[in-house]
Write a protein that binds this ligand. Structure first.
Ligand SMILES: Cc1cc2nc3c(=O)[nH]c(=O)nc-3n(C[C@H](O)[C@H](O)[C@H](O)COP(=O)(O)OP(=O)(O)OC[C@H]3O[C@@H](n4cnc5c(N)ncnc54)[C@H](O)[C@@H]3O)c2cc1C
Length: 489
C-alpha cells in the first residue's frame, strides 16, 4: 500500500488555517499526514480583529479560526510555540528550535508577514528578524501586541500611532471608541496618503479629530526617547518631541522570507512562486498568503487572495490529476472598517478638472455634513474614486469600478443614493459574480448558494463559503439575504 504523503505547513495564520481545513478530507481518507508548525502559542486566529480584541470589543475565543479537537481527532499534528529555524532540503526535514525535526514530502510556507519597523534612533531594526522593541513600543500584528495595547489603554496612556495608513487609522479609531487617547502621527499632508486628494484628505482629518483622534501631519520622525517605563516620546525633525505613554508602529508589513531564503529559495517581495504556488523546481515546496510573491505579484496583505490560494492548493495537493491555475488577484478598493467613518477609495484621484482631456473629474463636497466625493472617469468608466460619508454611493462606485461598467451621464444621480428620502433609484443589482465579502472574496452567488443549501445563520454561511468571517463588515448584507431566503430558493 502506498505510504501517505507527509505534508508540513510552516505557520498557522488564517491562510494556513484555511489550507488545513481544505486538506482535512485527504487526511481523514489516509491520503496524507499533516503537521502544522506554529511559532505562536495560539491556534490560528483572525488577525483582522486584533484592534477589537485590544479594546475589549471581541474576545480571543471569538477570533479563533480552528476547531483543534476536530483537527487532532482527524490526525492533524499541531505544534504550537514551535519556531521553524531551518529547512534541510537535502534530507527533506524542517528544523525546529525546541522540537525534533519534522520530515516532509511536500512543504508549504505560510509564514505570513511581520510589521515593518522604521529605521529610527532607539529602534534596532532588522528587516529579516523579529526586532526586539523597547518596552511600550509595539506593532499590532499578534495577540501579544493586542495585550500590550490593552495594558496601555487600561493605564490611560496617551498612545501615539505612527503611520497614517488604513490599519493605523483603524487602530486609532478603535482606541478613541474605547475612550482612549490616540494620536495619529504620519508624514503625509493627510492620512491615507496617495488615495486621497487635498480636500478629501482635509475632511478625513477633520472626521478623525471629531471621532477623538488627535492627528499630527507632515511629521518627520527621527527617533524615540525612553524613560524608566520604556517609551517616552517620538523625536522628530519637524515637530520636536511628541510625548506619549506608548508607541504603536503601523508603517506597513514585510513578508517573512528569511527561512525560505536560508534554504536557497528565490525571494523578492515575498517567497517567489510560479502561478501554481510552487517555489522550487521539484514541485515539493509551496508558498502562499502574506509571505508569497505569486507569479511576480507582490503580496497585498489581505485575506482574500490568501484564502483563494489556500483553497486552490488544498485541491492541488489532494488531487492525483493536475488542476488548472487560478486567478489570485485582489481588488484594490480600500475601505475603512467600522467606527462610524465611511471611507472608500480606489485607483487614482489626483486628476484635476483641466489636467488631462481624457480624464473627467467630478467633485461634490459638503464638508459640514462630512460628505465628499471625487470620481475620475475615462470614457465614463471609473479610474479612481474617493467617497467619504456616502455609503450607498461607495457601494455603487465599487461595483462600477470593479466591473468596469460606465457611470450614468448625470453623475449627480450617484449622490441621491445616499438620500434617505429617495428610495428605489435603480441601483446596480449585484450579480452572482460580484464580491459580497471583501475579506474572503466570497461572491453574492456563493452566499446565495449557501443559503439555498439550507444555511439559516451568518455563522453557517461563513462555514460554508467563509463570507463574513474576516472583518465582519458584510454581515448585514448576509443577514439581508438570509431574510429573503424563500425568495432566493
Ligand atoms: C490589525 C490588522 C487588521 C487587518 N485587517 C484586514 C482586513 O480588514 N481585511 C483583510 O483582508 N486583511 C486584513 N489584515 C491582513 C490579514 O490579517 C493578513 O492578510 C492575514 O493574516 C495573512 O495570513 P497569513 O496566514 O498569510 O499570515 P499571518 O497571519 O502573518 O500568519 C503567519 C503565521 O506564521 C507564523 N510563522 C512565521 N514564521 C514562522 C516560523 N519560522 N516557524 C513557525 N511559524 C512561523 C507566524 O508566527 C504567524 O503566526 C489585517 C491585519 C492586521 C494585523
Amino acid at each position: 500500500m502506498k505510504r501517505p504523503e507527509q505534508i508540513v505547513i510552516i505557520g498557522f495564520g488564517p491562510v494556513a488555517a484555511s489550507l488545513v481545513e481544505g486538506l482535512l478530507p485527504a487526511v481523514t481518507a489516509g491520503q496524507c499526514e499533516l503537521t502544522v508548525i506554529s511559532a505562536e502559542e495560539h491556534l490560528a486566529y483572525n488577525r483582522v480583529l486584533l484592534a477589537e480584541l485590544a479594546i475589549g470589543a471581541a474576545q480571543l475565543d471569538h477570533l479563533n479560526m480552528v476547531d483543534a479537537p476536530r483537527l487532532e481527532a482527524a490526525g492533524v499534528k499541531i505544534l504550537l510555540g514551535a519556531q521553524a529555524t531551518g529547512v534541510d532540503r537535502a534530507r527533506r526535514r524542517v528544523i525546529i528550535g525546541n522540537h525534533e525535526p519534522v520530515a516532509y514530502d511536500r512543504l508549504v510556507f505560510a509564514t505570513g508577514a511581520r510589521a515593518m519597523i522604521p529605521s529610527l534612533n532607539g529602534l534596532n531594526f532588522d528587516p529579516h528578524a523579529d526586532t526586539a522593541l523597547p518596552d511600550s513600543v509595539f506593532a499590532l500584528r499578534t495577540v501579544d501586541d493586542a495585550n500590550k495595547l490593552q495594558h496601555h489603554l487600561t493605564a490611560g496612556d496617551r498612545i501615539l500611532i505612527l503611520g497614517g495608513g488604513i490599519l493605523g487609522i483603524e487602530a486609532a479609531l478603535a482606541i478613541a471608541a474605547s475612550g482612549g487617547s490616540p494620536v495619529l502621527v504620519h508624514h503625509g499632508a493627510a492620512p491615507l496618503g496617495r488615495v486621497v486628494d487635498s480636500d478629501g484628505g482635509a475632511l478625513l482629518t477633520r472626521c478623525l479629530k471629531e471621532a477623538g483622534v488627535e492627528v499630527i501631519s507632515q511629521v518627520k520622525a527621527t527617533g524615540i526617547t525612553k524613560d524608566e517605563n520604556g517609551f517616552a516620546a517620538l523625536t522628530t525633525s519637524t515637530h520636536g518631541q511628541i510625548p506619549g505613554g506608548a508607541l504603536l508602529i503601523s508603517t506597513g508589513v514585510r513578508a517573512r522570507t528569511e527561512l525560505a531564503e536560508g534554504c536557497g529559495l528565490a525571494v523578492g517581495r515575498g517567497i517567489k512562486t510560479n502561478q501554481f504556488l510552487c517555489a522550487d523546481t521539484e514541485a515539493r515546496i509551496y508558498a502562499l498568503g502574506d509571505c508569497a510573491e505569486v507569479d511576480g505579484q507582490a503580496p497585498v496583505g489581505l485575506l482574500a487572495p490568501g484564502w483563494a490560494q489556500a483553497s486552490w492548493l488544498a485541491a492541488h495537493l489532494s488531487s492525483p490529476t493536475d488542476i488548472p491555475a487560478a486567478d489570485f488577484s485582489a481588488s484594490d478598493v480600500l475601505m475603512l472598517k467600522g467606527q462610524g467613518i465611511e471611507v472608500a477609495a480606489a485607483g487614482d484621484v489626483s486628476a484635476g478638472f483641466w489636467d488631462n482631456p481624457e480624464l473627467q473629474a467630478t467633485v461634490f463636497a459638503d464638508p459640514s455634513a462630512g460628505r465628499y466625493l471625487k470620481v475620475v472617469t475615462r470614457d465614463s468608466v471609473v479610474t479612481g474614486f474617493l467617497s467619504i460619508g456616502l455609503p450607498q454611493t461607495s457601494a455603487e462606485l465599487t461595483l462600477a469600478y470593479e466591473r468596469g461598467t460606465p457611470l450614468p451621464e448625470d453623475r449627480s444621480t450617484l449622490l441621491r443614493l445616499d438620500d434617505p428620502a429617495v428610495s428605489d433609484l435603480g441601483t446596480a443589482i449585484p450579480s452572482d459574480e460580484d464580491q459580497l465579502c471583501r475579506c474572503s472574496g466570497a461572491t453574492y452567488g456563493q452566499v446565495a448558494h449557501a443559503v439555498g443549501e439550507g444555511c439559516t445563520t451568518v455563522a453557517q454561511v461563513g462555514e460554508s463559503c467563509r463570507a463574513g468571517t474576516g472583518c465582519g463588515g458584510c454581515k448585514s448584507k448576509i443577514e439581508e439575504m438570509l431574510k429573503k431566503a424563500p425568495a432566493l430558493a
